[in-house]
Design a protein around this ligand. Structure first.
Ligand code: FDA
Length: 396
């Protein structure tokens, strides 16, 4: 005898993150015998560090168009059946205080651990068995799903893939969900890092990296997609909410266009400054509208060294165009080590949008970041984890 486990359940969930715990508590409270297998030594690591430690757990503006997927309507059904109000009701029962920050983003007032504790308490109420430090060695399907780990064998008629994407291997990401999907014949949309800082290319002026730490509101676009939020210069390139958002749409070789004065008609402002402050130089004038360090670099470059009174309309038109549309081709993203999410994943065309069950493999489900549904920055990704987890937990 090896002393290893050999147990039967109704449902096995792989991954004790946001989506897996939501699916587990939902199924458990429906009376299903649920096992959650997690390879980390604690559940929900990303929840604990999310939102700067305050967990941006949902967004008031959840709607399918704020999610990226090669099958754009897929998320609608699950999102309609589990709304931000539903999650707020859950956290109200656990007396978790929260606030809206900006743009509908809801955060805990206190530490993010409250959200994890709530999920674990709800799992306990559903008698969910949670096993940590489990290395998944093999998964087979012989009518039932048979999962072998270093500690034994567990089997169940339903298996939920909830082991996330490829983002932040340091926190436990392994790509297991994608591998198992392929093993069971489900297609995977090419994954890529999303919500990730971008590096500036060799063609980028040196001043860009010299501005590390400077932040300003911008409108950044990539093709037809645009975001108006803050951009931050880093020592390797650009980051901040606007850049993280656009990074999920950016692919290698694509050009980004940045409007450095999103709320202003730059030409009209410069002309007005020419008559009102004819002795001032470019840096002084630009610094009224943007951080001084940036103005000191852009001023001489765009407006020369003459005082405003000597500026020609032609010069102003060129400067205004450059300020409204600074174009660049990032050289790369900072990759999965820094990406908040993974774009792409298990192809949703192979799943039921109602239950998250694989159409061709009854009993196999995929939820959360593992699938090809990626939210914008601002609580959308957790909301997808809750909504897809609830859909699968209700269906198993
Ligand atoms: P998640 O990655 O959370 O869980 C997967 C689980 O599976 C993990 O516990 C992992 O260890 C486990 N696992 C992986 N491979 C395994 C294997 N081989 N064997 C066993 N277990 C395995 N979103 C948001 O909406 N608001 C926010 O504030 C933030 N903040 C944030 C900050 C940072 C730093 C990051 C990296 C990400 C965010 N996110 C976010 C994104 C959010 O964390 C993410 O979308 C969800 O956690 C996805 O939930 P899942 O349960 O699908 O995957």
């Amino acid at each position: 005898m090896t002393g290893k486990r050999n147990e039967a359940f109704d449902v096995i969930v792989l991954g004790a993150g946001a989506a897996g715990l939501m699916a587990a508590l939902t199924a458990g409270q429906r009376g299903k015998r649920v096992l959650v297998l997690e390879h980390n030594d604690e559940p929900g690591r990303k929840i604990l560090i999310s939102g700067g430690g305050r967990c941006n757990f949902t967004n008031l503006h959840v709607e399918a168009r704020r999610f990226i997927s090669s099958n754009p309507h897929f998320a609608r059904s699950a999102l309609a059946r589990f709304t931000p109000a539903d999650f707020l009701e859950l956290i109200a029962r656990h007396r978790i205080a929260w606030h809206e920050k900006t743009l509908g983003q809801l955060f805990c007032d206190g530490p993010a651990r409250a959200i994890l504790t709530m999920l674990l308490d709800e799992c306990a109420a559903g008698d969910v068995a949670l096993r940590l430090n489990e290395t998944i060695q093999d998964v087979q399907h012989n009518g039932r799903f048979v999962v072998t780990t270093g500690n034994g064998v567990s089997e169940a008629p339903a298996l939920i893939l909830a082991c996330g994407g490829l983002s932040i291997p340091k926190l436990g990401a392994t790509g297991l969900a994608h591998r198992l999907a392929r093993q069971f014949g489900l297609p995977v949309v090419s994954p890529a890092p999303g919500l990730v800082p971008l590096r500036t290319g060799d063609d980028m002026p040196e001043w860009v990296t010299g501005l590390s730490g400077v932040s300003l509101p911008v409108r950044v676009s990539c093709g037809k997609i645009a975001f108006e939020e803050a951009m931050l210069f880093t020592h390797r390139g650009i980051s901040g909410p606007a850049i993280l958002q656009i990074s999920s749409y950016w692919t290698s070789g694509k050009t980004l266009s940045v409007d450095l004065l999103p709320d202003r008609d730059a030409f009209a402002c410069l002309r007005q400054a020419r008559s009102a402050r004819s002795r001032a130089h470019g840096a002084a004038i630009l610094s009224e509208w943007m951080p001084r360090r940036l103005a000191e670099i852009l001023g001489p470059g765009l407006l020369g060294d003459k005082a405003a009174g000597e500026w020609s309309d032609r010069l102003l038109r060129g400067a205004a165009a450059a300020l409204k549309s600074w174009t660049m081709i990032p050289s790369a993203s900072e990759g999965y080590a820094k990406a908040e999410v993974t774009v792409g994943g298990i192809d949703t065309r192979a799943l039921s949008s109602r239950s998250m069950e694989a159409i061709a493999v009854p009993g196999l489900y995929a939820i959360g970041e593992a699938v090809d549904v990626t939210g914008w920055l601002g609580g959308y990704n957790f909301h997808w984890a809750w909504a897809s987890g609830r859909a699968a937990g209700d269906a198993v």
